[in-house]
Design a protein around this ligand. Sequence first.
Ligand code: C2E
Ligand code: CA
Ligand code: CA
Length: 300
Amino acid sequence: MLRQNLIRLSIALCERSDSAPGKVLLYDPHRTRSESEHFEIMTRLNRLVPENELYLVFQPKVDLETGVCSGAEVLVRWNTSKGEISPALFIPLAEENGSISKITRWVIHRTLSTVGGRSLLELGGRPLVYAINISVVDMRAPDFVEFLESLLELYAVPPSQIELELTERMLIDDDTHVRGNFAALQKLGVRLAIDDFGTGYSGLNYLNKFFVNTIKIDKSFVDAIEPGAQPGSLAVMEAVISLGIALGLELTAEGIEHAYQATYLAERRCHLGQGWLFSRPLSFEAFVDFAERCNLRESA
Ligand code: C2E
Ligand code: CA
Ligand code: CA
C-alpha cells in the first residue's frame, strides 16, 4: 500500500506543470492532497455511468429590457456516493482524461429529449433557446456534428433553438477537425456563443474568421459594476459591449447578482442577463415555472 502510494505521488509530482528533467520537486502535503483528490476524481470519471450519476440544471436567461425569459444555460451536476462534485472541478479533469466526450454527449441527449419530448421550445409565442457547454475535446471529434444532427432530428428540435457555448481558446486552436466542425455547425444552423469572453486571449482576429451569434460577458466584468466604481474599471466591459453591438452580435452578461448591475447593463444595450438576481440554476420543472411566470405575464 505504502509503495503504491509512493508511486502514485511520484507520478503526480512528475505530471506537475512546473516539473522538468533534473528539477527537484519538494513534497508539499497540501498540494499533494489536492493531487491525490484529483487522481481519485479521474478514477471515478473513468467509471462514470452518466445515466445514474449526472443530472441537469437550467439557469434562466432574461431579456434585460423586457424581463422575458429567452431560454436557459444547461449546467451539469455530478452526484457521487461521496456527495456532489462541482463541475468547476471535474470538467477540467474530464477534459484531461477524455471522459468529457461521454459527459457532453449525455448532456446533449438529455437536454434534447427533455425539451423536445416535452415540446418546451416556446412559451407565450416566444421561442426558447437552450445553451449547452462544449469542450475543445468535443470539437476535435470527427463525428461530433453528425451525432448532434441525428439527435436534433430524433427529438424534432430546430437547430436554431440550441446554442453551443464555446471558449475563445477553441477558436484560436489550429486543429483541422475544430475548424471543420465549426463550419459544419454553422451550416447545421445551431447558434454559437463565445463563453467567458475577454478572459482568455486578447487576439480578436478570430471574430472575423468564425461566425458566432453571441458573446457572453464574463462574471469578472459584471462584478466590477458596483456603486462608486472608477470609470476605468469598467472600460474593458464597455468596449466589449460596443464591439458586440458593432458586430451585430447578441450580448449576454453572466453572474448578475444585483439590480444596479442589470440596470447598468440594460442602459448600455446589453441584451440578455443571467445570474442569481434572476434565478439560480433550477430543475427543469422549476425552470418551466419561472419561464411561464416571466413570459405569460409579459404576453397577457
Ligand atoms: P460557466 O459556463 O461560466 O457557467 C456559469 C457558472 O456560473 C455556473 O457555475 C453558474 O452556476 C455560475 N453562476 C451563474 N450565475 C451566478 C451568479 O450570479 N453568481 C455566481 N457566483 N455564480 C453564478 P457551475 O454550474 O458551477 O459551472 C461551472 C463551470 O463548469 C461552467 O462555467 C462551465 O465551464 C462548466 N460546466 C458546467 N456544466 C457543464 C457542461 O455540461 N459541460 C461542460 N463542458 N462544462 C460545464
Ligand atoms: Ca457557459
Ligand atoms: Ca461563462
